[in-house]
Design a binder for this molecule. Structure first.
Ligand code: AMP
Ligand code: MN
Ligand code: MN
Ligand code: MN
Length: 276
């Protein structure tokens, strides 16, 4: 089976609707897809209908924003029951926080002479949950930089004019919402946080203490050698291994649906839990 367990739709910062995403995954040869939008499960119903039509297995997922110490980390919930009330309450609070943070980003960009960024970002979010990606798209449209990556570098990260430090959920709550919803909690793209190995192992130990069981060993945002070292980390800590493209749209050529290398052979895949 060909698995891709990390993807986004227009309900968060992806550029394809849930329907278009599932169709694109099918065309790319993905047999099992997880839709994991940031802090929302809104797209899952539409995606599920299209998955039934196209004969693709959809794993119901979410990617939760977490503040851990001074870092923002992302925790995937895979195979969740989206109706679990505490999960929805928590995600609702995160989306409210996203809206408040968007106003703060707007104010800090205004101080740097860029006006109307919130309204512009909202147009790109088109009703879905607002993200820094939408601010970046607006700034590109307005000619402040040539692409989204450059906007991030110049405006939206630490020590830059449009940066606002995040205050997301805590790790314990995020893992509890996912486990309560019957899902498996998975640390997303672990090599992207630029944590030392000691810090990363501390994150893993704390995460496992709360009931977290998985780690995304293979990700488009990792290098080949990072995939390998995350495989070793998974083995060492007896974590279930996941793999995902973190697809946000066909225009992000470095993260295409299903275009991910296989898991290292020492890993126990997270889907071995899902024999239905
Ligand atoms: P947010 O959750 O609103 O803070 O936005 C985070 C999202 O922005 C991530 O999920 C990525 O899709 C995107 N992102 C973060 N850093 C970068 C970057 N350096 N270049 C392009 N996109 C980025
Ligand atoms: Mn994103
Ligand atoms: Mn992420
Ligand atoms: Mn993601």
């Amino acid at each position: 089976m060909h698995y891709d367990l990390h993807s986004h739709s227009t309900e968060s910062d992806g550029s394809l609707s849930p329907t278009a995403l599932v169709r694109a995954a099918k065309l790319a040869g993905v047999q099992v897809l997880a839709l994991t939008d940031h802090d929302t499960t809104e797209g899952l119903w539409e995606a599920r209908e299209e998955a039934t039509r196209s004969g693709l297995e959809l794993i119901l997922g979410v990617e939760i924003s977490v503040t851990w110490g001074r870092s923002t980390v992302h925790i995937l919930g895979l195979d969740i029951n989206p109706d679990y009330a505490p999960l929805q309450v928590g995600l609702g609070q995160l989306r409210e926080y996203r809206n408040r943070r968007a106003e703060q980003i707007d104010q800090s960009l205004a101080k740097a002479g860029i006006h109307g960024a919130l309204a512009g970002a909202q147009q790109f979010a088109s009703g879905g949950c607002i993200s820094r990606t939408h601010f970046a798209q607006y700034l590109v449209q307005q000619g402040y930089a040539k692409d989204v990556r450059t906007v991030f570098q110049r405006y939206l990260v630490n020590n830059k004019p449009g940066h606002v430090s995040g205050h997301w959920s805590n790790l314990e709550d995020a893992v509890a919402w996912i486990c309560g919803a019957g899902g498996v909690a998975v640390i997303a793209h672990p090599a992207r946080y630029r944590l030392s190995l000691t810090k990363l192992r501390q994150l893993v130990t704390e995460f496992q203490g709360y009931g977290g069981r998985g780690i995304e060993v293979v990700s488009s945002s990792h290098t080949v050698s990072e995939n390998r070292s995350m495989g070793e980390l998974a083995f060492r800590h007896q974590l279930l291994a996941s793999c995902g493209s973190d697809f946000h749209g066909p225009e992000h050529h470095w993260a295409q649906l299903g275009r991910i290398p296989p898991l290292p052979s020492t890993c126990k895949p997270v889907w071995e839990e899902w024999q239905r």
